[in-house]
Design a protein around this ligand. Structure first.
Ligand code: SF4
Length: 67
């Protein structure tokens, strides 16, 4: 599974950080920091959290792609 992140659309709601704290963090300015390599597959142990993050993002900035 891959998870694409559209940083240009991200509005910093932070729900992805709550759903997947190992994958996302908001910095002190409220900007999203991606903690994994979005060009590679999501580590298997984080796939469930990645799917949850994509589901809760209110603007659809995160998209799951099966590979
Ligand atoms: S939930 Fe979506 S809009 Fe909010 S910080 Fe994460 S990617 Fe950005």
């Amino acid at each position: 599974m891959k998870l694409s992140v559209d940083l240009a659309r991200c509005e910093g709601h932070g729900l992805c950080e709550e759903a997947a704290p190992e994958l996302f963090r908001l910095d002190d300015e409220g900007d999203l920091v991606v903690l994994f390599d979005a060009s590679a597959a999501v580590p298997a142990e984080h796939e469930t959290d990645a799917a949850s993050a994509a589901r809760v993002c209110p603007i659809g900035a995160l998209r799951v792609r099966s590979e």
